[in-house]
Design a protein around this ligand. Structure first.
Ligand code: DAT
Ligand code: MG
Length: 149
C-alpha cells in the first residue's frame, strides 16, 4: 500500500470542481484517508514548493497556491502515487492525455487544478507537511475485496 498527497488547487475550488475531482479518485478505487480545506500560508507554500525555488515561475506559483482555499487529501492504494499522477495528467494541460483531470478541465500550466506527489520520498515529506499522524485514518472499507484482489 502506498500513500500520496493530493491537493485540489485554488482554481479548481473557485471553479466548483472539488466534487468532480474527488469523484474521479474515489471511483478509481483509491481510499481517502485524510482530508481538509485550508488556506495555505506563504510559508507553507514556499516549503511545499521548495524544490522550485529560484525558477522563474516560483513566485507566481506561490501567489497562485495561496490566493484562495485549497483541499488537501491523502489517498491510499497499491501504486497510489503513480495512479494519481496518471489520473491527473501531464503538468502542462496542453500535453495531458485526454480523459485526465488536467486535459478535461484545464488549459494552462499555471492553472492546472491539482497537485500529486511525484515519488515515495516526496509523498512522505509532503504528507508530513500538511497532516499530523492523528489526522490520517486507517479504516476498513467494505468494498475493498471487490477492488483489491
Ligand atoms: P507537477 O505539479 O505536475 O508535479 P512540477 O512539480 O514540475 O509539476 O511543478 C509544480 C507546479 O509549478 C506545476 O503544477 C505548475 C508550475 N510549473 C511547473 N513548471 C512550470 C513552467 N515551466 N512554467 C510555469 N509554471 C510551471
Ligand atoms: Mg511536482
Amino acid at each position: 500500500m502506498e500513500r500520496t498527497l493530493f491537493i485540489i488547487k485554488p482554481d479548481a475550488v473557485q471553479r466548483g470542481l472539488i466534487g468532480e475531482i474527488i469523484t474521479r479518485l474515489e471511483r478509481r478505487g483509491l481510499r481517502l484517508v485524510a482530508m481538509k480545506m485550508i488556506r495555505m500560508s506563504e510559508e507553507l507554500a514556499r516549503r511545499h514548493y521548495a524544490i522550485h525555488e529560484g525558477k522563474p515561475f516560483f513566485e507566481p506559483l506561490v501567489a497562485y497556491i495561496t490566493s484562495a482555499p485549497v483541499v488537501v487529501m491523502v489517498w491510499e492504494g497499491p501504486k497510489a502515487i503513480e495512479i494519481v499522477r496518471r489520473t491527473m495528467g501531464a503538468t502542462n494541460p496542453a500535453e495531458a492525455a485526454p480523459g485526465t483531470i488536467r486535459a478535461d478541465y484545464a488549459l494552462e500550466i499555471g492553472r492546472n487544478l491539482v497537485h500529486g506527489s511525484d515519488g515515495p520520498q516526496t509523498a512522505v515529506t509532503e504528507i508530513n507537511l500538511f497532516f499530523t499522524p492523528e489526522e490520517i485514518l486507517s479504516w476498513e472499507r467494505d468494498t475493498d475485496r471487490w477492488i483489491l484482489e
